[in-house]
Design a protein around this ligand. Structure first.
Ligand code: FES
Length: 628
């Protein structure tokens, strides 16, 4: 066994010699960026290893390729490639840590969820019952007494009320201890729980949007239809990779991995329920209904379903229908055992309940004309509707727009450049948290691309020009930022002196290729749906941008690189976390849940890889030209 100390902390732990450093960090609960899922190809998991006898030759091929000479001298290793064989001290630099920036979600608490378009009709109900005590003249059973009283109060004579035997068992004592005054909590005609006294004022539900990267949670008061707390946190499965494919790989290795991933997810939901309840000052046992939306993969992880076939052609999910179940069927879920848990229906392996939830939020079934919805998160989901017909596809954009696979890329958290504007004379940028820059997040990357295209420093085919090819009018300050590197040209965005890490922030030719592939996948998806629906890009009447990345994207930059169809920017709407808002509506309305089911069956799903002309359309879409 060896001893390992991790900083910042310090966290000390003992592990068997030879343990993978990434595994040690996981055991210590330290979340670091692992965009490639530990394959040694992204270079995001850099940490400093100090051992009594540090031998640089122990670096493997991936480390030699992805670490600079300077970093090697400082003792950097890739956590996913380095096995610890002696007592060591590990320093995790800030840029490798996963930091959360969920402020946009955390700041937002809506006061009222009712409006002209949306009328809640909650399926959970409470009745306060004063039961007549039994006597020799009235020997009705406890449950008969309760049913008779329920019939009176609900005006639903002869309703066939149902109650689980486990709840029945608690009733005699509850009646006795509370002077025969109890509150019955029902989901439709089924008893969820029985509570002492009058608790009608306390009735809550929780909605979760389980994203590949971030989980957002919303606590709702079901009496006054008000959002009472919101919260967000990083998906704990992030450590198995930024993309769903890396996570599927991990889950497929052993059944116990799948169970582990389910447990980690449930544990995180529990923590969020506790924190939401604490924020709102409520008792979490008064939460009777949970709605969960997410992509098909997250959905399968949550229910511990096999994800094997999601990654293998012909990409078949275990189930696409919605699931309505009791809380007790999700192992260790903290809600009371008979609270209801609903997960939204999926459409296919790569169009999940989160997209259905987006469509619920924008009331797609009532929209006239031609509507495009692009949900850009870790992947790209695209939906097109015309006069009631709906087509959808999923574009394998990969996580480049979330900063992964980009040499200086990072998530949209403190230290990330999220806006950039480059003129012929200077580079202006904005950093989240107003600190020194550590890297560039997705919205900054798209801005950077748009600016460099405009200045013709990047050509429409994605080539970063040499200094001498710069057009007239570009200042020397900008020209000198184009540097010839080992693997092609790169553009200096932030100098070493100005950056938070002491390393320069470059945008490389390889980075441009990654953005090109991501952009090409999304654009090709949109083009194929348009072709299928026989619609020209300019005929689109409104475009909704959803998802973590879609929400922060500068629409002008997105139009300039040709990511979305060229329509007037006033017809392009960033709709925030539409999946979360849709989940709230699913929580509050059975009608919405029925519509969700209907939508999931009516959407025409297009599998892009099966499209006869996909390769040609994809190749054309790699060009950074406006989409007309
Ligand atoms: S290189 Fe280590 S996680 Fe990607």
């Amino acid at each position: 066994m060896i001893e390992v100390t991790i900083n910042p902390g310090p966290i000390k732990l003992t592990v068997p010699a030879g343990t993978l450093l990434l595994e040690v960090l996981k055991q210590a609960g330290v979340m670091i960026a692992t965009s490639c899922g530990g394959k040694g190809s992204c270079g995001k998991c850099k940490v400093i290893v100090s051992s009594p006898k540090f031998i640089p030759d122990t670096l493997n091929a991936s480390e030699k390729e992805l670490l600079s000479e300077e970093e090697i001298k400082k003792g950097f290793h890739l956590a996913c490639q380095c096995h610890l064989n002696q007592n060591s001290t590990i320093t995790v630099p800030p840029f490798s840590l996963i930091r959360e920036d969920n402020s946009k979600i955390k700041d937002k608490v809506k006061s009222c969820l009712v409006n002209d378009e949306f009328k809640p009709a909650v399926s959970v109900k409470k009745y306060f019952l004063k039961i007549n005590p039994p006597s020799l003249q009235d020997q009705r059973s406890d449950w008969t007494r309760i049913k008779d009283e329920l019939n009176k109060q609900s005006n639903e004579n002869n309703q066939t009320w149902k109650i689980p035997p486990a709840i029945l068992g608690s009733i005699p004592q509850l009646l006795k201890d509370n002077d025969f005054k109890i509150t019955i909590v029902l989901y439709k005609d089924k008893v969820i729980t029985v509570e002492a006294g009058d608790t009608r004022r306390e009735m809550y539900g929780v909605a979760f949007d389980i994203g590949t990267t971030t989980i957002a949670g919303y606590l709702l008061d079901l009496v006054i239809f008000k959002e009472v707390a919101v919260d967000a946190c990083t998906n704990p499965q992030f450590k198995y990779g930024a993309e769903v494919i890396s996570r599927i790989d991990f889950a497929r290795k052993e059944v116990k991995n799948r169970q582990k991933m389910q447990q980690e997810l449930i544990e995180t939901l529990n923590q969020m329920i506790f924190s939401l309840s604490a924020k709102a000052g409520i008792d979490f046992t008064r939460i009777y209904f949970a709605v969960l939306v997410g992509n098909t993969c997250m959905h399968h992880f949550l229910w511990s379903l096999s994800v094997e076939n999601l990654a293998l052609s012909p990409y078949i999910p275990v189930i696409t229908d919605s699931i309505m179940d009791d809380s007790r069927d999700l192992p260790n879920f903290c809600l009371i055992p008979y609270a209801k848990v609903y997960s939204a229906p999926n459409v296919s392996a790569y169009i999940g309940g989160d997209v259905i939830s987006d469509l619920i939020d924008i009331v797609i079934w009532q929209r006239k004309g031609i509507t495009l919805l692009v949900d850009l998160g870790t992947n790209g989901e695209i939906v097109l509707s015309k006069d009631g017909k709906i087509w959808a596809c999923s574009a394998a954009a990969g996580p480049a727009f979330e900063g992964a696979r980009i040499s200086s890329g990072m998530r949209a958290s403190e230290g990330a450049i999220d806006r950039i504007r480059i003129t012929p004379d200077k580079v202006d940028y904005r950093v989240i948290g107003q600190t020194k820059a550590s890297g560039i997040c997705g919205s900054g990357i798209v801005d950077l691309m748009a600016s460099l295209l405009k200045l013709q420093i990047i050509k429409p085919d994605g080539r970063l020009v040499n200094q001498e090819e710069c057009p007239l009018g570009i200042s020397q300050n900008i020209i000198e930022r184009i540097i010839r590197g080992k693997r092609g040209n790169k553009f200096l965005v932030v100098s070493a002196e100005e950056s938070a890490t002491g390393n320069p922030i470059f945008f490389t030719q390889q980075d441009i290729r990654e953005v090109q592939l991501a952009k090409g996948a999304v654009t090709a998806g949109i083009r194929i749906l348009l072709e299928q629906a026989r619609i020209k890009p300019e005929e689109i009447e409104e475009t909704f941008l959803a998802g973590a990345f879609g929400n922060v994207l500068d629409t002008t930059s997105a139009l300039e690189i040709g990511l979305i169809p060229a329509i007037p920017s006033k017809k392009i709407y960033s709709i925030g976390n539409a999946a979360g808002e849709g989940a709230e509506k699913l929580l509050l309305s059975e009608e919405m849940r029925n519509i969700a089911e209907h939508l999931s069956q009516k959407i025409n799903y297009m599998e892009l890889s099966a499209h006869h002309d996909f390769q040609r359309i994809f190749a054309e879409s790699l060009f950074f030209n406006p989409m007309v």
